[in-house]
Design a protein around this ligand. Structure first.
Ligand code: 25A
Ligand code: L14
Length: 338
């Protein structure tokens, strides 16, 4: 049923993504009646500010969802597997930021600019895609509609904030220690991340790819709704705090020029073209942090094949890559139903 105000729960409210969810709900003036902040017992009693008031964090339990209309989950896949079905039983619609349900056939995997129509089919859970996938499909969908993408080759340069607060502290601490000529401690990532690039995000699978790389392959096809698109990815962690950057090469069935790509993308929702190479203007992580858009630049034709385009895609991984996309899904949901 439609309501004037909704009871919204944020699971993992004290984490990097959860924090961002709370501020985006406020910024966008989402019609929140009651805000329920949930995390582990480590955070019990902490307070987070929402619309000028301090809201207490409670321990997540199976009974946390009574009266909740919408539950935004971002506390890792194991918490989602355990608690999202409980939230649904209590009558909430779950928008889940973890990888737990993304590839379930019954669960819509949604990027509002690309496949908002899928929201209607939900059975209680809607999945928020992987951050690297979201920013890529926002930029590629308009090109796919115009020229039909055959193949995508992507390499990512991913910020540490995607891994959460512990990883943000680790990059800070390692940087400080190196400058103080101290021994560096490695705990979150398999290697030192300060002043380094690590070609591993998440664990390796039998095919030699990482889980993050295969998420980009499978989620891209599901969101665009075309299993014929071939995707190959290399995902790399870089010492950047916020915003993922991606070098993307596509091959299309129909020829599309660089000018046409620029024109299409400058009209596309959620995208901003930043592409003036003569003045060294192109998307940068430091300019994209804190912003909502997916920034695209370095657009050029791939001279090694007939129908190819190269581009550089940057977006804030905690915002469009996670919290903002989830809140946008919630906005569409309340427009259409519950
Ligand atoms: O368990 P997993 O699947 O490996 O996932 C945990 C990781 O998932 C990150 C998350 O980042 C964390 O690194 N993550 C976020 N979004 C994700 C996504 N889409 C994602 N992983 C995959 N896909 P985070 O640390 O920024 O946020 C974690 C949030 O989840 C809450 N949480 C954790 N366990 C919980 C839980 N909530 C309910 N029940 C549980 N059992 C977590 O709350 C936070 O909100 P918290 O209270 O546990 O943490 C508050 C602060 O404490 C620090 N901290 C975290 N772990 C420890 C810790 N301190 C001491 N010891 C620890 N072991 C954090 O810095 C956090 O700020
Ligand atoms: O599937 O940067 O949402 O470590 C969460 C962790 C994406 C990568 C997901 C990271 C992942 C992210």
């Amino acid at each position: 049923m439609k309501k004037d105000k909704y009871t919204v729960a944020v699971v993992g409210a004290t984490g990097a993504v959860g924090n961002e969810m709370v501020s985006i709900l406020e910024e966008r003036n989402f019609p929140v009646g009651d805000l329920r902040l949930l995390a582990s017992e480590r955070s019990e009693g902490k307070q987070i500010e929402f619309k000028g008031k301090k809201v207490k964090v409670h321990k997540l339990t199976k009974d946390s969802f009574k009266g909740v209309d919408i539950a935004l989950f971002s506390a890792g896949a194991s918490r989602s597997l355990e608690f999202a079905p409980e939230a649904v039983k209590s009558g909430a619609v779950v928008i889940d930021n973890s990888s737990a349900f993304r590839m379930e056939p019954d669960v819509p995997l949604v990027v509002p600019e690309v496949n908002s129509h899928a929201i209607k089919k939900h059975k209680g859970i809607i999945a928020n895609p992987n951050c690297s996938t979201i920013q890529m499909v926002v930029a590629l969908k308009p090109i796919h509609d115009a020229a039909q993408i055959k193949r995508i080759v992507v390499s990512t340069y991913q910020a540490v904030s995607g891994t959460g607060k512990k990883a943000i502290s680790e990059l800070e601490q390692q940087t400080r220690d190196l400058f103080s000529l101290k021994e560096v401690t490695v705990s979150v990532y398999p290697h030192q991340i300060a002043f380094n690039c690590i070609p591993q995000i998440d664990v390796f699978l039998d095919n030699g790819y990482t889980k993050e790389e295969m998420k980009m392959v499978n989620e891209t096809r599901k969101i665009i709704g075309d299993d014929s698109i071939r995707v190959t990815a290399t995902t790399v962690r870089v010492p950047v705090f916020a915003a993922h950057s991606e070098s993307v090469n596509i091959e299309t069935h129909k020829k599309i020029t660089r000018d046409k790509v620029r024109e299409l993308l400058s009209k596309s929702p959620g995208v901003e073209v930043v592409d003036n190479p003569n003045n060294s203007i192109y998307p940068l992580a430091i300019n994209s942090a804190g912003r909502d858009e997916v920034f695209v630049g370095r657009i050029r034709e791939d001279e090694s094949i007939d129908n190819g385009i190269n581009m550089w895609i940057v977006s804030d991984n905690l915002r469009k890559g996670a919290a903002l996309n989830a809140v946008q899904i919630a906005e569409m949901l309340i427009k259409s139903e519950i």
